[in-house]
Write a protein that binds this ligand. Structure first.
Ligand SMILES: Cc1cc2nc3c(=O)[nH]c(=O)nc-3n(C[C@H](O)[C@H](O)[C@H](O)COP(=O)(O)OP(=O)(O)OC[C@H]3O[C@@H](n4cnc5c(N)ncnc54)[C@H](O)[C@@H]3O)c2cc1C
Length: 451
């Protein structure tokens, strides 16, 4: 491969799009490579979001600043790296320029695209308009305000209960749906029961819908059974083999005709690549992910790498890498290392994922953990492993301490400090119409105010 051209100051310029798990791992690695490069990180928010704890934000366990860290505060320690808060709107692949909604154009020698994923609703009628996704900070705050608002509504008028005010339907029995269902149940039965003493809390229910005949598809059958047993024992209504047909503001209808009155449909059933993938004119895989070769660059565009949830990186077994944090981090490091090899005039290497295991939490003292050597853990031990690992990956000592204090407080007292109603703007899905066109779910009592 020919050695690339240099920027005016002598160092090649690498533009990284997205400051999530992958984007941050990329800029961190780029700061260390030799010969040195200049890197510019383009991120639409001024913070990096720790998505795995979004469900704790939505259920009042942690605060926004506990799971979000200013991108500038992270990147300032990396040499030759700058940040722009900008929303990328396109890439001119021939001119090697990244274009932003703010009107900026960033020339690059190498590009690493790491814009992540968004929610896939599979075209099910009503889901786009009436469900709560859980991908962003506003999503979680909106859901928290709505849930608490429904309890306030029901206390003012108990007739609202029969209309679904206290019924939450979670769709998707993967890790996100399972942890959300478990956390909601704990919020209702251990916290809101005391906040709303005049309400019959037994009427508050969490229904978890899964189209397959088991929960936690990526896990061993014994872990799946454990998750099902725990949720059922704790009072979550798990409906396996049942798929959603349609949703309205006041009810969901299942494929078998069952109607469940609810104002709160939480969508945890699918992801697809960020819509940026759809406008670049690059080949895409199932779920809209951008096709990349083993070196993680785009075929025919060796200077463009795609990593993380946005990438359709091969898993070496005929499939694609899972859209979770570890592959995203490892792919980003690998792309940066391949840039280093190219700059040295050496051949690139193929990406090989180092499996570090999988885990999912179900609720207090309950989780499942599976290690690559086949060892499996469940119950309290797996839960402690889950807590320790997630704590370790949160960025920033202050956030780690804050989350730990919240967890210990909640464990000892069953309290959830952050059960605050904050109004946020109505949902705006990536690639969807502007906010005014997206109505709040009915009965939420939300006023569009601040984000
Ligand atoms: C609720 C939830 C729970 C999860 N739990 C787990 C878990 O327990 N374990 C696990 O391994 N994985 C979990 N995941 C998945 C994991 O978070 C993702 O796989 C991971 O974040 C992917 O990293 P990424 O860098 O590719 O994308 P992201 O982390 O999503 O980062 C993408 C970044 O790009 C930015 N961006 C997007 N578009 C633009 C644009 N046009 N211009 C500029 N910036 C842009 C975004 O703001 C974002 O910061 C969870 C995900 C969710 C939503």
């Amino acid at each position: 491969m020919r050695k690339p051209r240099r920027s005016r100051n002598g160092s090649p310029h690498v533009v990284v799009v997205g400051g999530g798990f992958a984007g941050l791992a990329a800029v961190k690695t780029l700061a260390k490579i030799k010969p040195p490069v200049r890197a510019t990180l383009l991120e639409q928010h001024n913070y990096h979001l720790f998505q795995p704890l979004l469900y704790q934000l939505a259920t009042g366990l942690v605060q926004p600043a506990d799971i979000a860290h200013p991108v500038r505060g992270i990147v300032r320690r990396y040499r030759r790296t700058s940040v722009r808060m900008a929303t990328v709107s396109g890439v001119d692949l021939d001119a090697k320029q990244v274009l932003t909604e703010e009107g900026g154009a960033f020339g690059y020698d190498y590009l690493i695209l790491a814009a992540g994923a968004t929610t896939a609703t599979f075209g099910i009628p009503g889901v786009e308009e009436h469900s709560f996704p859980l991908k962003s900070m506003p999503d979680a705050l909106r859901l928290r305000a709505h849930l608490l608002g429904q309890f306030e509504l029901a206390e003012n008028d108990p007739n609202e209960i029969d209309k679904g005010a206290l019924t939450v339907v979670v769709v998707g029995g993967g890790p996100t749906g399972v942890e959300m269902a478990g956390a909601l149940h704990e919020l209702f039965k251990h916290v809101l029961v005391h906040d709303f003493p005049e309400l019959d809390i037994n009427q508050a229910k969490v229904v978890l819908l899964e189209a397959m005949d088991h929960l936690l598809a990526p896990f061993h059958p014994s872990s799946r059974r454990h998750a099902l047993d725990i949720l059922a024992k704790r009072g979550v209504e798990v409906r396996l083999g049942q798929a959603l047909d349609r949703a309205t503001p006041d009810e969901v209808v299942l494929k078998d005709g069952t109607v469940i009155p609810t104002r709160t449909l939480i969508w945890g059933a699918g992801v697809r690549a960020h819509p940026l993938a759809d406008i670049l004119g690059l080949e895409q895989t199932r779920g809209g992910r951008i096709v990349v070769g083993e070196d993680l660059s785009v075929p025919g565009r060796p200077e463009v790498f795609v990593v993380g949830d946005l990438a359709g990186a091969p898993d070496g077994k005929g499939g694609l890498q899972p859209q979770v944090a570890q592959p995203a981090i490892q792919e980003a490091r690998h792309a940066a290392q391949n840039i280093e090899l190219t700059l040295k005039g050496e051949p690139r290497t193929g990406f090989v994922y180092k499996d570090k295991g999988t885990m999912a939490t179900i609720g207090r003292n309950a989780a499942v953990t599976e290690l690559p050597n086949g060892a499996r853990f469940k119950g309290a031990l797996a839960w402690y492993m889950w807590l320790a690992l997630h704590l370790a990956y949160i960025i920033g000592f202050r956030s780690r301490v804050a989350v730990l204090v919240n967890w210990i407080w909640s464990y000892l007292t069953y309290d959830r400090h952050a059960r605050i109603i904050v109004a946020v703007e109505p949902a705006r899905r990536a690639g969807a119409a502007p906010p005014a066109a997206a109505p709040s779910p009915a009965g939420s009592g939300e006023r569009p105010v601040l984000s």
